[in-house]
Design a protein around this ligand. Sequence first.
Ligand code: TYD
Ligand code: MG
Length: 453
Amino acid sequence: MAKKSFSCSACGASFSKWSGRCEGCGEWNTITEDKGLSTGPASKSLGTRRGSTIPLTDLSTEETPPPRTCCGMGELDRVLGGGLVPASAILVGGDPGIGKSTLLLQAAAKFALAGIKTIYVSGEEASAQVRMRAQRLGLAQAPVKLAAETNLRDILTTLEAEKPQLAIIDSIQTMWADNVDSAPGSVSQVRAAAHELTSFAKRNGVSIVMVGHVTKEGQIAGPRVVEHMVDTVLYFEGERGHQFRILRAVKNRFGAADEIGVFEMTGSGLSEVINPSALFLSERGEPSAGSVVFAGIEGTRPVLVEMQALVAPSPHSQPRRTVVGWDGGRLAMILAVLEARCGIPFAGLDVYLNVAGGMKISEPAADLAVAAALLSAREDVALPADTVIFGEISLSGALRPAPQTENRLKEAQKLGFTTAIAPSGGKSVSVAGLSLRKASDLAGFVGEFFGAG
Ligand code: TYD
Ligand code: MG
């Protein structure tokens, strides 16, 4: 008898036997038997029949770079790695309501106007709704073909007949493949639909953009079900209350991952933010305790952001550690290093850390800026407003130089900063108009800038 396999329709975990509750995600009644999905685990072994030999090539074989088309939205073109590559499969993920449909409708219009034959398929909204939005965004004249459909077979047949160069599928969770008998949005449906669309893209030379809603667990329906299949994974992020939106490449077979594009949600759609540093710093007022400017790098571009810290005596037996836009584990590490290496305790104090403007930072080079913000808040001393800080802190309290120091310094100088504090060591760089103050370890930094240590 063939071995049965089961998987969870909520998180995609697979099991050898059925149970009422998924051990992976804790959901009840989500485990179903896998019934020979084309993309599921192989049910038969290959046996002993021989295949044919495949031709092998050298690593040195000349490869021409893929031709690319830019849509003219510079922020999007850069995140794609320098324009759209033909026959690529792209996933655009993000929270519901963050602006994915708006972004892709605008992109569809731009690509269509740039001469790319484009079809936009909405499985979420009626054609009239999409048309109304297009009119509101002033895109009604763009030669984009529109359909409201969720049946994947019909969509693929239409794409095959129409032969577009770009198809946008909004969203992958609404697609329904009739060979899979589970509800749209379930892991098996999403997996099957993404697989069909990706292989269609490769076979027919169509670039396909799939929209994926991030579920409450922070993953696109069924964890990573789709990410490994596609060439490019972009996330559209931002805080609901802020108008800034960041398009981030987390995987890109045709360009740099970590690249970001910054947009602003306005009454007439998304507009590009050409100078994000100026925007992220625009809300900064007078120099105040706890506020530090971090000179960061996102992908290939320097971005300055304000780190804000608040440190206050805690009324709780377990003091609070709250972080927005940075990693909570990393904050705990910085607090521990400050205590162990510099003798500065945070016990009994609530600590809040916020990256201003709704930005999310993952670079280790933010360590020193965070430490500075924490100390500044704790000691109630404001750092000079014209100073930027960056550098990684190791557990020993030593400071490590950050990559792309020169780019960071140039950006700071361009925005009117006159001083940068950075780890010593690494390549020596200087930028006219900016004085560089170096520190080799955290204790030295604390002694010099906060007169303690
Ligand atoms: P939408 O693109 O529908 O989000 P998603 O596809 O990610 O679910 O965007 C929805 C939000 O964007 C909605 O709350 C209204 C806002 N919005 C604007 O502020 N300005 C605009 O021009 C448009 C079209 C939408
Ligand atoms: Mg949408």
